[in-house]
Structure formats: structure tokens, C-alpha cells
Design a protein around this ligand. Sequence first.
Ligand code: ATP
Length: 228
Amino acid sequence: MMLLQIEGLQSFYGRSQALFNVNLSMEEGQVVALMGRNGMGKTTTIRSLCRIMPYRHGNVRFLDRDLAAMRPHRVARLGIGLVPEGRRCFPNLSVHENLVVAARPGAWSLERVGLLFPRLRERQNQMARTLSGGEQQMLAIGRALMTNPKLLILDEATEGLAPVIRQEIWAAVRELKGEGQSILIVDKTLKELMRVADRCTILERGANVWDGAPADLDGDIQDRFLGV
Ligand code: ATP
């Protein structure tokens, strides 16, 4: 069974159309990179599939369930864990509390998040607002994992972070992949993205223009679709 299947997705901001024809399918255990230059529709695709914004045409199926009529919290409960752009945590809760309030029954525990991100374990009693940007990002990922998602979605998880922290996050992503976690990922660090992804799909003006293995994403394609 396909984990995620998006067909002919169209999405609008008011009357302005942002997605024209997005198609994406993912199998369980895969890491798929959603790529494309700024403003090409990556975040809108993610927001649409999580139903944070409505889509007007097309199909989105997750584990063979139709997401069209679902509210965002139902989508989350079905097993989609979103780490949105700009890392949302509760600023006035501690690290520990932030993780506990997200928890749902499953394989993930405080201890396991602490093993993945030792920095969080060391800071478990610290208020989230006093964490560094990178630590907040780790906490946002930890919160998503505490829901035991079948699909983890990372939207620009390493953006604006110090190189050391970026590396820690990429190491965690690789570790998650090794454990069989399905991940849909948007990131500007091409090198790391291509190292971890099983497949890449490129969007241009709200539609897919290329899909393939990272090894086939050669310089020409990068220049054409990803260059600035
Ligand atoms: P980025 O890397 O810059 O976030 P992206 O590929 O994620 O780019 P989107 O944010 O999905 O792109 O934007 C797709 C299109 O939708 C763009 O043309 C953008 O201007 C438009 N758009 C995004 N958010 C809004 C909004 N809140 N209102 C109106 N138009 C929007």
C-alpha cells in the first residue's frame, strides 16, 4: 500500500492559484525530497496535504484514506507529523513539558527523543523560549516524533541554523531513516538532502517538473530547476 499519494493537486490563496498540478507518491520507509526554487509551491503542497489550507482539486490519500474532508487535527491523528517552517513549540513550557503534551501511545518516548537529541535531554527543565534556534528545531522534531507519526514532514528544518547544529539535525534525520521512518523533506542544503533522499521531486510554479533518484539529479537539472 502506498503511504502517501497526491494526484493533480491544485491549491489557491484566495483567487490566486499557487498549485496547478502536484503529483507525489511515497512508499513506507522512503525519504522523499520535495525541491524547487523559492515560491514554487513546496510549503503550499505541505500545507495542503496536511489540510492546513483547503485544496480545491485533486486527490490526497494517506494509507488509502482520503484526506479531502478532514480537519488538520484528524490528519495529524492519522499519523502525519508536521514540523512546519519556523519551529513551533510552546515558549513557556519546559522542554520536558513540550514533549509530554505532544505524546501519543507508540514507540516514541522521552528517553528515545533524548537519545536522538542529547541536547534536549540536557536541557529538559529549561523553558523552550530560552533554547537556541537549533535546539528549538530539535524540540519541534521531538514533539512531532512523540506523536509517533507514520510520516514525518520537515519543512526547512535546518534553515538559519549554525553549521554544528545543522549537522546534528542531519545526523538525526539519517538515524530516523535507518530506523525506517518515512520522511518528506524540504531543505535548501542540496548536498545533505541528496545524501539522505531515496527520491527527489522538483516543483516549478506549482507543478512537478522532474522526479527521480538523487544520483540522476545532475548539474544540468540543478541549473535548470534549482539554480538561483
Ligand atoms: P519558499 O522556499 O520560499 O517557502 P515554496 O516553494 O515553499 O517557497 P510556497 O510558499 O508554497 O513556495 O509559495 C507558492 C506560491 O504561493 C508563491 O507564488 C507564493 O507567493 C504564494 N503564496 C505563499 N503563501 C501565500 C499567502 N499566504 N498568500 C498568498 N500567496 C501566497
